[in-house]
Write a protein that binds this ligand. Structure first.
Ligand code: PT1
Length: 275
């Protein structure tokens, strides 16, 4: 069974640490490409309190181009295998490729995180086959084109309609609702104002009754507001959790976890155990 399932049943929010093994990632490109550097970063995030490590080999930042599944696998395989050998941590694979979904499922991973919401040919069937939970991200367009004048009649409704359509496609492919997480896709085909509204109105997406995941760490909307990426990202993560996010996807795990502990202590009026 996926290690994520019991974690989702806990009442606390979860932290997903980002591990990019891409040569061109938007904030840490190339830094963790070597498997040993990637494993060190994974260890740092686990020590910092990460519940999940999200490993990705395809850059999906605005303007990025898609690589081949073989390229993705070549980068992912040693890192996923290494993490699995060393740590009993939840591993998420950030991919849209059916081949990668199928291959990595054999490496005992716990979540398929797809910014294309399993819309690629064969991705739904591949994900269904694995029996793993899936995260469906809302994206208008594709990474190459998504920031070219993104436009909505009704942002929140269009995202919810998209969720309904993808949940139904998943159900038809044999992926039950209890295996689905939703992500409104901060930075995916949206203006900064759209992105800010998503977080401010996160409760709009609760109607599906599914866990919400939000990733805003170090994204351009944040860095356009403040030069302090860390404080900006942590603040955004806290407000996302306040709005009902079950999982926040972050670069700075330890800092986010510390901030979350203080908000939890205030909300529960009790000291958590100091780690
Ligand atoms: C995300 C996410 C992701 N984001 C999930 N997976 C990225 N579930 C990759 C910018 O504007 O939010 N949720 N996987 C990275 N994508 C972006 C998008 C990075 C926009 C940067 C920007 O700077």
């Amino acid at each position: 069974m996926s290690r994520l399932t019991p974690l989702l049943d806990e009442s606390r929010p979860l932290v997903m640490g980002i591990l990019n093994v891409t040569p061109d990632s938007f904030s840490d490109g190339g830094q963790f490409l070597a498997p040993s550097a990637a494993l060190q970063q994974a260890e740092k995030m686990i020590k910092g309190g990460a519940d999940i490590i999200d490993v990705g080999a395809e850059s999906t930042r605005p303007g990025a181009r898609t690589g081949s599944p073989e390229e993705e696998m070549e980068r992912l395989l040693p890192v996923i295998t290494g993490i699995r050998e060393q740590f009993d941590i939840c591993i998420s694979v950030d991919t849209s490729s059916p081949e990668v979904i199928q291959e990595t499922a054999g490496l005992d991973v716990d979540l398929i995180n797809d910014v294309r919401a399993l819309r690629r040919d064969g991705a739904l069937a591949a994900a269904a086959q694995t029996g793993l939970p899936v995260c469906l991200v809302h994206m208008k367009g594709n990474p190459l084109t998504m920031q070219m004048e993104p436009c909505y009649q009704n942002l929140l409704q269009e995202i919810n309609d998209f969720f309904l359509e993808r949940i139904s496609a998943c159900n038809q492919a044999g992926i039950n609702k209890n295996r689905i997480l939703l992500d409104p896709g901060f930075g995916f085909g949206k203006t900064p104002e759209h992105n800010l509204r998503l977080i401010n109105r996160l409760e709009s997406f609760r109607e599906h009754g599914l866990p919400l995941l939000v990733g805003l760490s170090r994204k351009s909307t944040i860095t356009r507001i403040t030069d302090d990426q860390l404080m900006g990202s942590v603040t955004g993560a806290l407000l996302a959790i306040d709005g009902g996010a079950k999982i926040v996807r972050v670069h700075d795990v330890a800092e986010t976890v510390s901030a979350m502990k203080v908000t939890t202590a205030i909300r529960t009026e009790s000291l958590g155990k100091k780690i």
